[in-house]
Structures are given as structure tokens and as C-alpha cells.
Ligand binder design. Structure first.
Ligand SMILES: Cc1cc2nc3c(=O)[nH]c(=O)nc-3n(C[C@H](O)[C@H](O)[C@H](O)COP(=O)(O)OP(=O)(O)OC[C@H]3O[C@@H](n4cnc5c(N)ncnc54)[C@H](O)[C@@H]3O)c2cc1C
Length: 388
């Protein structure tokens, strides 16, 4: 009953405060592009309203910018956002990865310094984990960090760092001891405006410049920016990766109305069904996988609340990647020749977007740990299978 009341209040507040012009727009547009976010007045208004309400990070303490709500209430907000075609404008690497990690491992001073800025989305973060020689085998990372008495000195290179060219801060893994692998890694917070940092954008196959290679050349970092103990960064990194994989497989808003587009391009038969029987079967199969996935997420969340969840996040991440990639391929197929559009007026905008979405979908099974690596984690940690 209490939850019903909260749902009514949430629905009313969201309906009154969400700018109608943003209805149906994917929040990822603003999450991945600081310039687009800064230039859009509706987005800025929405961000400010949600930040004031503390609903971008509803379960966080009020002193950190949250609203001190329960997990159940947070879920209701997410559902009501989806129901009106809205998105959480605060969602970012800060809320999905660093915030939850700092809540567990940060000092009170570090939490107060960073969490309120994450809760308003006024400080953008990037993730400095991968290096040219350290992707799946992340613990091979080499970026050097030495103790210079009153500060840390950092030198080395990161790669595939999403949003590094627009980020204010970076949470990075650095090597503080070369004699041990996992045991020589520390977790450091680095101000991206520090002298000695250069972020060079890399163009992706989809045409976007989502990520960068980042060079650190004798960068001075204050002593207080170390999270946890020196050489104690590995367990913190693993925890953060769990948060990352969990957030990548959260219940999503249904963004592409695939069946509706199919009907438009392929037409309907005399019973009002999508005219192509084979395509219809495959669309239905994908929709069923999507529905089953949503149920699995719900079950997983229930188990997490009861403290009985296993290492299911890796399973969810792989399921979600597969569903999204299939949907992108189906969409391109549905559009026929239009689905090959890349640029120019000969193709409708939705077709050009579909092509880019298809190419972009390839990265879902790479970032946050590749498909094979997630299966390894499931095999070892969830199923207890031996290494080989
Ligand atoms: C769009 C995008 C955004 C990204 N953003 C970030 C970011 O912000 N910050 C960051 O730090 N990193 C980021 N990454 C990097 C990402 O985490 C790595 O690409 C990923 O971990 C894989 O590492 P790799 O590219 O070095 O591939 P590799 O580790 O070289 O893997 C190559 C292939 O070998 C397979 N493989 C490797 N090891 C095993 C194994 N033990 N068993 C079976 N198969 C294996 C992999 O599955 C893969 O198919 C991003 C990547 C992408 C695509």
C-alpha cells in the first residue's frame, strides 16, 4: 500500500517535471556526449530537477546528494521513468561505477569530496583500467605510480578510455609494485586537468569518437587521492567491475519499437501480422528472449535483496549483449536496402541511425569484459569449474 502511494507520487512528480521535448530520447546521447548535454536546455533543466530531488541516485544518503530511498522505491522510480519515455539524466560512470565503489571503500572525506558532484552530474568520470597490453588480462597493467613523499607521480598509457576527452576526473588502476601482479596494483583518483595528461580520441567503426587513448607523463597526484591501501587496488577494481557489469545489464527502456518498424517496412498480412512469416518468427523469438531476460533480472534483484545472489551478473551481461546485437541485426534486415544507409539524403535518418547502431552493437560483447571472459567468470565463480 505504502509502495502504491509512493508510485502515485513518483508518477505525478515525473510527469510534471520531465520536459516533454525529451520524450523517447535515449539518455545515452547525453551520457556519452558532454557537448550535446551542455547545449540542450531541456536536458539541463531535467538534470537540475532530478539532482535537486536526489532521484538520480535515489538510495544514496542525503549528505551525498541522494534521497535515502529504499531499493524498492528506486526500482519504482526507474519503472515510472520508463513508463513515460523518460530517462535518468544523472546516470553516468560516476553513478554506475565509482559512486557505489567509493561508498564501500572510500574514506568519509573522499565520499564528501566526490559523491555530491556525481549526484548532480556536474563532474564527469572516466575509467582508466585498460592498457595496450592489459585488456582481458587486466592485472598485467603497467602504468607506473611512485611515492614521491608528498604526492604520487604517475606515468604510462591507458587505452579505450570512454569519454576521457570530456571527463573531469579519472578513476585509474596503477602499478605501485612491480614484483607482484594483482598485489602490486593501487586504485587512484586523478584530476584530468592535471598537467601531463593528453587524451586522444579514437574513431570507432560506427563513426563516433566514444573513446580515447590517454597518455600520462609525470602527472602529480595528491596523496589523499588513493582509495584503499597502497597495493590494495585489485579487490576494489573487481568490485567496481561487478557494479559495471550489473549496470550494463540493468532493466532497460524498450528504445527501438522493432515490431512497429517491421510492419512499416515489410507490411501486414490479412490477419494484421507482420507479412514475412520467417522474419515474424525471429522477431518473436527475440521478444521472448527479451521478456525472459527481464524476468531473470527481476529474480536476480530479488535474490540480491535476500542476500542469496550468486555471480549472475556475468550471465546477465552476456544475455543482454546477445539480445541487443540480434535486435540491431534484425532492424537492419527489416529495412532492406535502406538498412545499408550511412550518410546523405538518399537514406532516411532512422536508416542511417540503424546502420550505426548495428556497427556500435558489436562493442557490447567487448566492453566491461568480453563475452568469453564473462563465460570464464561464470564457469569458475558461479559453477565452480576447474581452470582447464
Ligand atoms: C566501446 C568500448 C568502450 C570501452 N571503454 C573502456 C573504458 O572506459 N575504460 C577501460 O579501461 N576500458 C574500456 N574498454 C576496454 C575493454 O574493457 C576491453 O576492450 C576488454 O576488456 C577486452 O580487452 P582487449 O580489447 O585488450 O582484448 P583482449 O583481452 O586482447 O581479447 C581479445 C580476444 O581474446 C579473447 N580472450 C582474451 N582472454 C581470454 C581468455 N582467458 N579466455 C577466452 N578468451 C579470451 C577475448 O574474449 C577477445 O575476444 C572499452 C572497450 C570498448 C569496445
Amino acid at each position: 500500500m505504502e509502495q502504491d502511494e509512493f508510485r502515485r507520487e513518483a508518477r505525478q512528480w515525473l510527469t510534471e517535471n520531465f520536459p516533454a521535448a525529451l520524450t523517447g530520447v535515449s539518455g545515452l546521447v547525453f551520457q556519452g556526449d558532454a557537448r550535446a548535454a551542455a547545449a540542450n536546455a531541456d536536458y539541463q533543466l531535467w538534470r537540475a530537477r532530478m539532482a535537486d530531488k536526489g532521484w538520480g541516485v535515489p538510495t544514496w544518503a542525503k549528505r551525498f546528494g541522494g534521497a535515502e530511498l529504499t531499493d524498492e522505491q528506486a526500482r519504482i522510480i526507474a519503472q515510472e521513468l520508463a513508463a513515460i519515455g523518460a530517462f535518468n539524466p544523472i546516470r553516468s560512470y560516476g553513478t554506475m561505477m565509482l559512486g557505489p565503489t567509493l561508498l564501500e571503500y572510500g574514506t568519509e572525506e573522499q565520499k564528501l569530496e566526490h559523491l555530491p558532484w556525481i549526484a548532480t552530474h556536474e563532474r564527469r568520470w572516466c575509467q582508466g583500467f585498460s592498457e595496450p597490453g592489459a585488456g582481458s588480462d587486466l592485472a598485467s597493467l603497467q602504468m607506473k605510480c611512485t611515492d614521491e613523499g608528498d604526492h604520487w607521480l604517475v606515468s604510462g598509457q591507458k587505452i579505450w578510455t570512454s569519454g576521457a576527452d570530456e571527463a573531469d576526473w579519472c578513476f585509474a588502476l596503477v602499478r605501485t609494485d612491480t614484483s607482484r601482479k594483482q598485489g602490486g596494483i593501487s586504485f587512484l583518483l586523478i584530476d584530468m586537468r592535471s598537467p601531463g595528461i593528453e587524451a586522444r580520441p579514437i574513431v570507432l567503426i560506427s563513426g563516433s569518437t566514444h573513446f580515447c587513448e590517454v597518455f600520462f607523463n609525470d602527472v602529480k597526484v595528491p596523496k589523499g587521492n588513493l582509495v584503499g591501501e597502497v597495493n590494495g587496488g585489485w579487490p576494489i577494481a573487481k568490485r567496481l567491475l561487478q557494479f559495471e557489469r550489473g549496470s550494463l545489464s540493468e532493466v532497460k527502456t524498450e528504445i527501438i519499437p522493432l515490431a512497429e518498424i517491421a510492419r512499416r517496412y515489410v507490411g501486414s498480412d490479412d490477419q494484421g501480422r507482420i507479412a514475412d512469416g520467417d522474419l515474424r518468427t525471429r522477431l518473436t523469438h527475440n521478444a521472448m528472449r527479451y521478456a525472459a531476460y527481464m524476468q531473470t533480472v527481476r529474480r536476480f534483484n530479488e535474490e540480491a535483496r535476500n542476500g542469496t545472489a550468486g555471480n549472475g551478473v556475468s550471465v546477465l551481461k552476456n544475455l543482454w549483449s546477445g539480445i541487443i546485437q540480434d535486435r540491431a541485426e534484425l532492424l537492419t534486415e527489416v529495412m532492406g536496402a535502406d538498412g545499408l544507409g550511412w550518410s546523405g539524403e538518399d537514406y532516411p535518418p532512422e536508416a542511417r541511425e540503424a546502420t550505426r547502431a548495428l556497427l556500435h552493437s558489436k562493442c557490447f560483447s567487448i566492453y566491461g569484459g568480453s563475452y568469453e571472459v564473462q563465460n570464464n567468470i561464470t564457469a569458475k565463480r558461479a559453477l565452480g569449474l576447474p581452470d582447464s
